[in-house]
Design a protein around this ligand. Structure first.
Ligand code: ADP
Ligand code: ADP
Length: 218
C-alpha cells in the first residue's frame, strides 16, 4: 500500500531528517510511527503525501511512484490519502458540515452526494446532529473528530495521522485512537505518528520506530 525504498530527506539548511528508511505497509495494516521529537516522523508523513520531496530514494503508493508524481496528479493523491494532524486546521468561520464537505466540493461532487457522504462520515465519528454547529462550540476531542471525518469523507484507502492526540487528555486520546483502530478493522490502512508509546501497547499494534532519522531495530 505504502512503500519506502531507502528514503532520505535533507532539508535545504543541511539538516538530515531521514536517512535510508525502507518500509512496506501491507494493505489493511495499522502501525504506529514512534520516536522522540525530531526523529523524523512528520517528515516521513509529509513525503508520503508529496508535501515534501525526498532527497534520495523512492516512495510508492500502490503502483504510483509518489516521488515522480507530476504536480497535476497531487490533488488526486491527496484525495486517496486521508490526513489528520495534531493542529487540525479546521475553518472556524464555517460549520462542521462545511468543513467536512469542502474536499468534496473542490473535487466537484454533486450536491446530493455531498450531503450523503458528509452525514455518513460525521455519523462514523459520532458527531451526527452536530453538523450545523460552529467548530469553536465543540470540545477539543470533538473538533479532532471533525478533522477525522474530513479525512475520511473521500474514502481514502490510506490514513496518515501526525500526533492526532497531542492536544487531548488521556481519555479523549484513547477515544480518538480507538476510532483509527475501527477504521483499520474496516480495512483502511492506517499509520499514526505519536510519541505516546502507551497507545501501541494498549491496542497491541506494531510500531515502526525512528531514531534520529533512521529505522530502529524492530
Ligand atoms: P518529528 O516529527 O519526529 O518530531 P520532524 O520530521 O518534524 O520530526 O523533524 C526531523 C528533523 O528535521 C528535526 O531535526 C527538525 O528540526 C528537522 N526539520 C523538520 N522540518 C524542517 C524544515 N522544514 N526545515 C529544516 N529542518 C526541518
Ligand atoms: P457513496 O454513494 O457516497 O459512494 P457508498 O455506499 O459507497 O456511498 O458508501 C457509504 C458510506 O460508507 C460513505 O458515505 C462513506 O462515508 C463510507 N465509507 C466507504 N468507504 C470508506 C472508507 N474507506 N473510509 C471511511 N468511510 C468509508
Amino acid at each position: 500500500m505504502l512503500r519506502l525504498d531507502r528514503v532520505s530527506k535533507r532539508y535545504p539548511q543541511g539538516h538530515t531528517a531521514l536517512q535510508g528508511v525502507s518500509l512496506d505497509l501491507a494493505p489493511g495494516s495499522m502501525h504506529f510511527l514512534t520516536g522522540h521529537s525530531g526523529a523524523g516522523k512528520s517528515t516521513l508523513l509529509k513525503l508520503a503525501t508529496a508535501m515534501e520531496r525526498p532527497s534520495g530514494g523512492r516512495i510508492f503508493f500502490g503502483d504510483e511512484e509518489i516521488t515522480r508524481i507530476p504536480r497535476r496528479r497531487i490533488p488526486h493523491l491527496r484525495r486517496a490519502i486521508g490526513t489528520v494532524f495534531q493542529d487540525h486546521k479546521l475553518l472556524y468561520d464555517r460549520t462542521v458540515f462545511d468543513n467536512v464537505a469542502l474536499a468534496l466540493r473542490v473535487a466537484g461532487f454533486p450536491h446530493r452526494r455531498i450531503r450523503g457522504r458528509v452525514q455518513a462520515a460525521l455519523s462514523k465519528v459520532g458527531l451526527e446532529g452536530h453538523q450545523n454547529k460552529a467548530p469553536i462550540t465543540l470540545s477539543g476531542g470533538e473538533q479532532q473528530r471533525v478533522a477525522i471525518a474530513r479525512a475520511l469523507v473521500n474514502k481514502p484507502s490510506l490514513l496518515l495521522a501526525d500526533e492526532p492526540t497531542g492536544n487531548l487528555d488521556h481519555k479523549l486520546a484513547n477515544e480518538v485512537m480507538n476510532l483509527f483502530h475501527e477504521f483499520h478493522q474496516f480495512g483502511v490502512t492506517v499509520l499514526v505518528a505519536t510519541h505516546d508509546l502507551g497507545q501501541p501497547e494498549r491496542l497491541g499494534l506494531p510500531q515502526i520506530q525512528l531514531q534520529e532519522g533512521q529505522l530502529a531495530a524492530q
